[in-house]
Design a binder for this molecule. Structure first.
Ligand SMILES: *Cc1c(COP(=O)(O)O)cnc(C)c1O
Length: 317
């Protein structure tokens, strides 16, 4: 399969100040309105290739997932059809489409419900078997883009960061990003190490935290993508347990603080947990070292989260 150069430009890096701390912000949220953030990086491989053109893409996950929107955009760009399977379609969302779900529908995505008895680990094998029988030409994409192909686009992101750090004459950089499946963090650290062994000097360490499951779950995800522990990003353990998609006062507060101090809209599911977990850890253990935060997009999904936050903490709005 031949792959042509990426259609999107290098994403910009800007300097921000948060509570007096100066750091760099890599704006992957600005790659494209719909096809943005780490999903654009993870799906870049498919954007380049021919195999999806005019075909069928099948994905699965939550009806509000950032990956739903990016897959819908990918399908649109490839003039392909997206069937996105969900376990549960909230009736409130169907009655009042918003956020990622609404935008994905507008891009032509079809949302389909899985049979009630198919759950968790069973979903992917179920879809694989079903598609093999009924739609053998469709391409199934693992939840959240957890797949070997994701490395292609993430390696380009690693290159952008590496070249930028060289230009800045840095010899050390702490790169911060929250994890879901951990695919982006793992492939970033792996690609940066590969860069390093060939060209030397700037040492870029990736720091992440789990937002979807436990630290053990995240390590397990890393293991499924690489057998070499030296590729693993450093995991900072959250001081409190966050359940994915649940609302927390501290999360909306830090999100509002970031918006106020930087004028940048961060994402609401993942970013607050990284800011509450990794930043204090770095301030304590790696004080004074340069930091780059990776903005991984997903802000179109904020609409749904913000509406929920407004209902739960009206005093904050
Ligand atoms: C999907 C997503 C993540 C998680 O990425 P993984 O590669 O699964 O770890 C983090 N932040 C945002 C904004 C996302 O959309």
């Amino acid at each position: 399969m031949s792959i042509s150069p990426l259609p999107f430009q290098t994403s910009p890096v800007q300097s921000i100040q948060v509570n007096g701390l100066e750091l760099w912000l890599k704006r992957d949220d600005l790659l494209d309105t719909y096809f943005s953030g780490n999903k654009a990086r993870k799906f870049a491989y498919f954007l380049q290739g021919e195999q999806l053109q005019g075909g069928k893409i099948v994905g699965y996950g939550s009806a509000q997932a950032n990956s739903l929107l990016s897959l819908a955009a990918l399908a649109k760009l490839k003039q392909a059809q997206l069937d996105f399977y969900v376990q549960h379609l909230p009736s409130l969302l169907v009655a009042n489409p918003s956020g990622n779900y609404q935008h994905a529908l507008a891009l032509g995505a079809k949302i389909k419900c899985l049979p009630a008895e198919i759950k968790g680990e069973q979903i992917e094998p179920y879809l694989r078997a079903m598609l093999k029988q009924n739609e053998p030409d469709s391409v199934l994409i693992s939840e959240g883009g957890r797949m070997a192909e994701a490395k292609y686009g993430v390696a380009q992101l690693a290159d952008e960061i590496y070249l930028w750090a060289k230009q800045q004459n840095l010899c050390q950089l702490n790169l911060v990003l929250p994890s879901g499946t951990g695919t982006t963090a793992l492939f970033l650290q792996q690609s940066l190490r590969e860069r390093l062994s060939s060209q030397g000097d700037v040492n870029i360490e990736v720091f992440t935290c789990p937002c979807v499951g436990s630290v053990d779950y995240l390590v397990q995800q890393f293991r499924s993508l690489s057998t070499d522990e030296a590729d693993f990003p450093q995991i900072v353990t959250p001081t409190k347990k966050y359940h994915f998609g649940k609302l927390y006062r501290q999360c909306i507060e830090i999100w509002q603080l970031l918006l106020q101090q930087t004028q940048v809209e961060f994402e609401l599911l993942y970013d607050p947990i990284a800011w509450l977990t990794i930043m204090p850890w770095l301030a304590e253990h790696r004080q004074g070292e340069p930091i780059m935060y990776l903005h991984q997009g997903g802000v179109l999904g904020n609409e749904t989260m913000l509406a929920r936050y407004r209902r739960k903490y009206p005093d904050l709005f």
